[in-house]
Design a protein around this ligand. Structure first.
Ligand SMILES: NC(=O)c1ccc[n+]([C@@H]2O[C@H](COP(=O)([O-])OP(=O)(O)OC[C@H]3O[C@@H](n4cnc5c(N)ncnc54)[C@H](O)[C@@H]3O)[C@@H](O)[C@H]2O)c1
Length: 261
């Protein structure tokens, strides 16, 4: 698919194929990023800090890295960036709502805010400079769904690979897609795409019996069932203070909460 694939990380990587080159690069170093992007056509950006943390951790990994990357992409005339966002950009929605990518952002964590920032940067660079992007609001990417929340949020690695491949090859502007498999209990819904034919091959539904049996076993052992009010689950509950209905009842544009099924 590509002549040369440059794999970059702050830690050393090992090439898996003859067309791969590994480069150590700290994305917080703008000069290193500019050099990394020289001669490139497309960037797939999955680096960063993938969970909640203090701003001291989030800002370099997920904010400064992003400004360096998009600025470097502009200088180097990169065609497109396909990047990892997260469901935690909308993690404060209640679990009884289904939303599509037009729903207003309701971040559940500093981490979610940093990904919302990335989505805004991506849109700005498209509208102002024509730099295309696809943001993938990934749910939880694992080989198998193993808990009740994952019945809604799970994506199989192959489905995620499919989205990235489509993101590289299909026409996009500064689009967003939910990175979830075909889960009947999903909260985040992708509308039918005309030019972006993502068709998940996997479904968390295949694990629902196993998860239900594990829940029954846990209940029999007297373990408390984990129930989440908000789609962000533990990210949304962590540090939450005061009125439990505050986050789930506040909308600037109530009509943006759309059921896309
Ligand atoms: N794994 C999931 O289920 C999931 C869900 C939602 C979103 N995401 C997003 O997908 C991406 C990958 O997630 P992951 O779980 O594989 O995380 P990971 O921590 O395994 O991988 C992130 C990589 O980024 C690198 N990195 C961190 N700071 C860097 C810097 N300054 N310069 C260069 N490289 C740097 C790390 O060394 C690491 O190899 C992240 O952006 C994450 O937020 C993942």
């Amino acid at each position: 698919m590509c002549k040369t694939l440059v794999l970059a990380d702050i830690v050393p990587l090992t090439a898996g194929n003859p067309n791969e080159i590994c480069v150590e690069c700290d994305l917080t170093d703008s000069r290193a990023v500019d050099a990394l992007l020289e001669g490139a056509d497309t960037v797939v950006h999955f680096a960063g800090y993938p969970r909640e943390a203090a701003w001291e951790v989030i800002i370099p990994a997920n904010i400064l890295s992003v400004t360096n990357l998009w600025e470097g992409a502009l200088k180097n005339k990169i065609r497109r960036i396909v990047y990892a966002s997260t469901n935690h950009v909308v993690g404060m929605y209640p679990v009884d709502r289904k939303i599509d990518v037009s729903a207003e952002m309701k971040c559940d964590s500093r981490y979610g805010v940093s990904k919302a920032f990335t989505e805004i940067v991506a849109r700005f660079y498209y509208e102002k400079f024509g730099l295309e992007s696809l943001g993938i609001r990934i749910g939880r990417c694992e080989d198998e769904a193993t808990d009740e929340r994952m019945l809604s949020t799970w994506i199989h690695p192959q489905d995620l690979v499919d989205i990235v491949a489509l993101g590289i090859t299909q026409p996009v502007k500064a689009d967003l897609v939910y990175g979830v498999s075909r889960n009947s209990k999903g909260w985040c819904i992708n509308p039918p795409f005309e030019q972006f034919p993502y068709s998940p091959r996997h479904s968390a539904d295949d694990y629902s019996a196993k998860i239900a049996a594990a829940s029954l076993g846990a209940a029999a052992r007297g373990e408390k069932r984990q129930e989440w009010r908000m789609q962000g689950g533990p990210f949304a509950d962590y540090e939450y203070v005061g009125d439990p209905a505050r986050a789930t009842s506040f909308y600037r544009t109530p009509n943006s909460v759309s059921v896309a099924e």
